[in-house]
Design a protein around this ligand. Sequence first.
Ligand code: ZN
Length: 324
Amino acid sequence: MTDIMDGIDILISEVGPRDGLQSVDSIMPTDAKKAWIKAEADAGVREIEVGSFVPPKLLPQLADTGEIVEYARTIPGLQVAALVPNFKGAENAIKAGAHKITLPLSVSETHSQANLRKTHAQVLEEVEKIVALIKTIPEGDKPHFEGGLSTAFGCTLEGHVSQSKVIEMAEKLVALGCDEVGLADTTGYANPVQVKELVIGIWAAVGRDKLTGIHLHNTRGQGLANVMAALDVGLDTLDSSLGGIGGCPFAPGASGNIITEDLVFLLDSMGLKTGIDLEKLLAVRSTLAEAIPKEALYGFTPDAGLPKGYVQMVNGGAGWGRGD
Ligand code: ZN
């Protein structure tokens, strides 16, 4: 398989079908999800987190995740990611054929107990079992296993979360055998200085190759500022969601994940290759609007359109106003 970073500078990982849909009330029909995923892949998105292997009782919005993973696997060149809350979920994700699985660990233990009903020790036990399971899989078929550090920048229950605690949990996840850790601003509390400090701190503890991506929210409007900090420090993978769907369960009315459309415009206009055709991406919004008409779609670029005469990098552009 070719390297997912071939020909691009930044990997955008679309998380809307998982993070977005899990936090809205509407249930998107399975066919609409497939059409959404296919259309984004056609627009050039290389990685999509397509669902979560949680019991359907808890999240009926994602009850079809197994089928969605199997479908997404048929799209050439697409890296199919899924969230797993525990060992059982990982087993199902692997059975369905996910290329990448992420188990979130809330650095705030109060949050972990409220959300997953598990202490840190219990979550780490699941991690250990998943690593052991992956060891039994033949080399070419092993999924990439990420330990997600959620509430890494603050928690709605505990408030402040110390950097040393985040680093300690990153060390534990790597020691247990996670291929990588991910940083998540689950609550939208992060600021750019904190992003840089935490990434540098984690790199110093576990090595630069063990942390490449960040999951940011725009709850307080800091999303793209935090992206700039992540780029400055040298991360190359960014999570976002089309239309910023999902909202924020802790702040009614606030937007949720950073918005894929605005993120692509930011990167493309700065001359950073994402491989994504923004015009095609913008067209995918109609799939969402039709399938879940009650949900708000966010985004400035979709409202304003591209600047006059704008040439995207996928069409040979070199960024906006650069190099001339
Ligand atoms: Zn999120």
